[in-house]
Design a binder for this molecule. Structure first.
Ligand SMILES: Nc1nc2c(ncn2[C@@H]2O[C@H](COP(=O)(O)OP(=O)(O)OP(=O)(O)O)[C@@H](O)[C@H]2O)c(=O)[nH]1
Ligand SMILES: [Mg+2]
Length: 436
């Protein structure tokens, strides 16, 4: 049987369950639906009966005839009461009548095969569901609406235009002017390649939205790292004490600042120590800081180890850092040796400004508008497309130029799922939940 059934939406004990049937419907279901003559995309009140005619539940039925449905095929949605028993019974009745359970992501995969969505859009469905921050969800929704795909298509079109021109010329070599047309095509390609670079830059930035940015707190013992972690996380996660060397391990917290997901990590205070466990903790502090998107270097007015910022930053080459003065409540504004960023975990002073500064330093200003939400797969495809364009620009002969353009196009096509392998599709859709 080709019919597919799945419980689509999450159900709570008091909620509504949606059972969605899609695919070529078994003839009896098709006949039955025809006899009911439902109005397309209209909520009909319905009784759900099993094969013996026993009423299992009553609810709503919505009929989406092809092609105006999620998958592009006929879709029938049954909205039943939620809970443990009813949806299972209705589902079992559908299976007894010839349906089968959908595989994870099968509905979206069908939508992709029927051309309702390209692959980047289909992936956005999964990313929207698994979004872990408001900004990531907004980006995923834009990807689903095709904003990323449109940018990729624009590049593809540019490339296709150049290929048509150069490959057309290669078929009629007697017309000559080979070098001229190659130079001309390379000049055009330079413009397309700029677009790839721009898109890749945005993509790299937006990509961090899903994974979250890693922010590490670093500094001497007692500067108030754990206190700041607790204050920003609004939770007592790490132990705080006046004893230097309290924190021995890394303590992680996930938080969201203005819709952006951050992983904030507290570390062991840095100092020369001969104590085995503390030494291991300090090694861990450095190792963690070296994987950060941003390191907050903390200094406190009551801790004499000042001016370490340059020393730390030298070890963390290439990693953005931000100097933060803690315990602002201990020093009156007029007496502050530095007019840098001052915060107090105790009074709350400067915490909001610090949050904004963190986002700024990470490249997310006040107006966070992710245009799309790319996956790692998209980034590597764009990089590959860009690399082949670079090689094409150096080509001395039209044949090499054309070949590099072809390879570049294959990389771009893979983003949208044109001519990609079944293995890749299987891997992408298997990560979806059942019902999507
Ligand atoms: N007055 C004041 N004291 C603070 C503030 N933040 C932390 N402290 C105190 O400073 C001491 C050290 O704080 P912690 O947060 O444990 O410092 P730490 O940097 O995590 O120290 P280690 O884990 O040992 O590396 C504690 O006694 C805190 O109460 C603050 O904003 N104001
Ligand atoms: Mg600590």
């Amino acid at each position: 049987m080709n019919t597919i059934v799945a419980i689509a939406s999450a159900t709570g004990p008091a909620g509504v369950a949606v059972i969605r049937l899609s695919g070529p419907l078994a003839p009896w279901i098709a006949e039955h639906i025809a006899s009911l003559s439902p109005k397309p995309r209209y909520a009909h009140f319905a009784q759900f009966k099993d094969q013996t005619g026993t009423v299992l539940d009553q609810g709503l039925m919505i009929w989406f005839p092809a092609p105006h449905s999620y998958t592009g095929e006929d879709v029938l949605e049954l909205h039943t009461h939620g809970g443990e028993v009813i949806p299972r019974q209705v589902l079992q009745a559908c299976i007894a009548l010839g349906a089968r359970l959908a595989e994870p992501g099968e509905f979206t995969r069908r939508a992709f095969s029927f051309g309702k969505l390209d692959l980047a859009q289909a992936e956005a469905v999964g990313d929207l569901i698994s979004a872990r921050s408001v900004a990531a969800a907004r980006g995923a929704l834009r990807s689903l609406n095709g904003s990323f795909s449109a940018k990729v298509r624009e590049i593809q079109d540019g490339l296709t235009g150049i290929r048509l021109q150069i490959e057309g010329g290669m078929d009629f070599p007697e017309e000559g002017l080979e070098t001229d047309s190659l130079n001309d095509a390379q000049a055009q390609l330079a413009l397309v390649s700029q677009k790839v670079k721009g898109l890749l830059k945005d993509a790299e930035r937006f990509h961090t939205l899903q994974a979250g940015c890693r922010v590490v707190l670093l500094g001497a013992p007692n500067v108030g790292k754990s206190s700041l972690l607790n204050a920003l996380a609004r939770d007592e996660l790490a132990i705080v004490s006046p004893i230097a060397g309290t924190t021995r391990d890394t303590v992680r917290s996930h938080l969201e600042i203005q819709g952006i997901r951050l992983e904030l990590i507290d570390t062991a205070g840095l100092r020369d120590s001969e104590e085995l466990v503390e030494k291991m903790g300090i090694e861990r502090s450095w190792a963690t800081a070296k994987t950060a998107d941003l390191v907050l270097i903390l200094e406190a007015p009551d801790v004499d180890k000042l001016g370490m910022e340059k020393e730390y930053a030298a070890v963390l080459t290439g990693i953005p850092t931000l100097l933060v003065w803690t315990k602002a409540d201990l020093v009156a504004t007029a007496n502050r040796v530095s007019d840098g960023m001052w915060v107090s975990a105790q009074s709350g002073e400067g915490l909001e400004a610090l949050e904004t500064a963190i986002l700024d330093r990470l490249g997310w200003g006040i107006h966070i508008e992710p245009g799309f939400l790319p996956r790692e797969r998209h980034l590597s495809a764009l990089r590959m497309a860009g690399n082949h364009m670079q090689l094409a620009m150096k080509a001395q002969q039209e044949e090499f130029f054309a070949e590099e353009l072809r390879l570049s196009q294959i990389a771009l096509n893979s983003v949208l799922g044109e001519l990609v392998s079944d293995d890749l599709l299987g891997e992408i859709f298997s990560r979806f939940c059942i019902g999507k």
